[in-house]
Write a protein that binds this ligand. Structure first.
Ligand code: GAR
Length: 224
């Protein structure tokens, strides 16, 4: 299915913490290298620096409180239904998880199939989960990196869109490696968003193909 877009791609960024990847997307949009509009920044943390960044740039920021959902039997699903409502109110077409430290359920995964991305600080499928820079060093890996992927129900498991590699140096700590990886995160996340905005990402099973440029104004959705 192909949808002719007349307006700019509307994205939402979900972030729990520092928000440096959010900032990279904001900067790329402001510089004109990403053609998109951030329709909403959403956090599960009230005092998240990501929400402060949103406010500094005049973007709509929302704290969606997990607490009212905690007592429900399907607390994660219930929370994601609340998120979905915010996303729909803002006509969001693409969702970006950027340091969003909550597991998303099929409520969001199905509503945004092949329209939700995540950035992860390892070369997936190696080292999903947490503390991944330390794990890469402890394993004796020589190369680490980061991955932008579409989000599926399995944590850090979806089809890979872009990756960037960085060497692991003998003197690296988890922090020094994380800092070097972060520089690359800030490059490949905006690139992935722009490829999506240009309708150039085609998903076949686990594989994401980057197509040649399409005519302006046309974007491919309904990626199989
Ligand atoms: C980034 O390194 C991102 O890759 C990682 O959290 C950090 C968030 O930084 N995400 C994950 O580990 C998700 N599995 P930021 O808030 O400054 O963008």
């Amino acid at each position: 299915m192909s949808i002719k877009r007349t307006d700019v791609l509307r994205i939402a960024v979900l972030a729990s913490g520092r928000g440096s990847n959010l900032q990279a997307i904001i900067d790329a949009i402001e510089a004109g290298t990403v053609q998109a509009k951030i329709a909403a920044v959403i956090s599960n943390k009230k005092d998240s620096p990501a929400l402060e960044r949103a406010s500094r740039h005049g973007l709509s920021g929302f704290f969606v409180d997990p607490k009212p959902h905690a007592s429900e039997s399907d607390s994660r699903g219930s929370y994601d239904r609340a998120l979905l409502s915010v996303l729909r109110q803002h006509d969001v077409e693409l969702v970006l998880l950027a340091g969003y430290m909550k597991i998303v359920t099929k409520v969001l995964v199905e509503a945004f199939a092949n329209r939700m991305m995540n950035i992860h600080p390892s070369l997936l499928p190696s080292f999903p989960g947490l503390d991944v820079q330390k794990k890469a060093i402890d394993w004796g890996c020589k190369v680490a990196g980061c991955t932008v992927h579409f989000v599926t129900e399995g944590v850090d498991e979806g089809p890979i869109i872009l990756q960037a590699a960085v060497p692991i140096l003998d003197g690296d700590s988890a922090d020094s490696l994380a800092a070097r990886i972060l520089v690359q995160e800030h490059k490949i996340y905006p690139q992935a968003v722009q490829l999506f905005a240009e309708g150039r990402l085609r998903v076949e099973g686990r594989r994401v193909f980057i197509e040649q440029g399409k005519p302006a104004g046309e974007a491919a959705f309904g990626l199989s």
